[in-house]
Design a protein around this ligand. Sequence first.
Ligand code: ZN
Length: 282
Amino acid sequence: MLWARVALAAFVFAWLFDVSGLRWVVPLWLPFLVALGLEITWFVDAWRALPAEERDRAPQLVDLERYGERELEDDEWPVQDVPAAARPIRRLLVGAGVVAALAAVVWLVEKNSGWNGVDPDEREAAVARFSDEASQIVGRRVEIRCDERGRFVGVVQDADGVAEVGGRLAYLTPSRCYDLFRLVHDAHSSSGRTGRAIAVLAHESWHLRGVADEGVTECYAFQSGVALGRRLGLDEATARRLMREQLVENAQRARDAPQYVVPSECRDGGQLDLDQRSSEFP
Ligand SMILES: [Zn+2]
């Protein structure tokens, strides 16, 4: 039982810090549901294992108050004066309490941190900036919004964003918006995340420009990402390094998301090279 609670806590913290992109792989509610299910299963099993007379002698609230306050070791438990039925009930209450406490932690942290914690005026200004940058890549006026719930029929749905191919509106996940915000607003850059966020903004922009193929879109995004990164405040060398890292990471997606892997023509001098004169790539 303890292992499941520890596992849930470990998951919650990994999720909050988005360890290895966990947020977009596992929905948050799933482990909570599993943990609650385990607690209830254990309770039902323990309850059924009780002798019938013990079940009838279910504990009064006063028993739970007396013995529910602290963790008792098995041999410490005063077997004589507590109905056996108190133990599974107490465990269920503790389990449900742990699940509820972890849910409260997630709710509090999410409400006050990341993109949701940014001042609304600053969020609006940042989104206008993202839209300007995307419009530069597309070559006409487009709009970027930050909302993970933006799902529409007939759009290409990526893990980090959504865009209508050839359309005028794209959504980025709040987490990517926050990474871009930190780059623009605080000049904060942490290589992997910042590079990914730049690539995602460029990626959705290329969808808006009319490219549907995910691999081709990625290829163009890494190339546009160099200039985009510079406009967002990075120096040339850093912007280029981040996009090269993205290209390397892209090859590692062959197993989980092969449609995103760039085609073989995505190389210096290849058909997908946007700047044939330059020998830099991306
Ligand atoms: Zn895409």
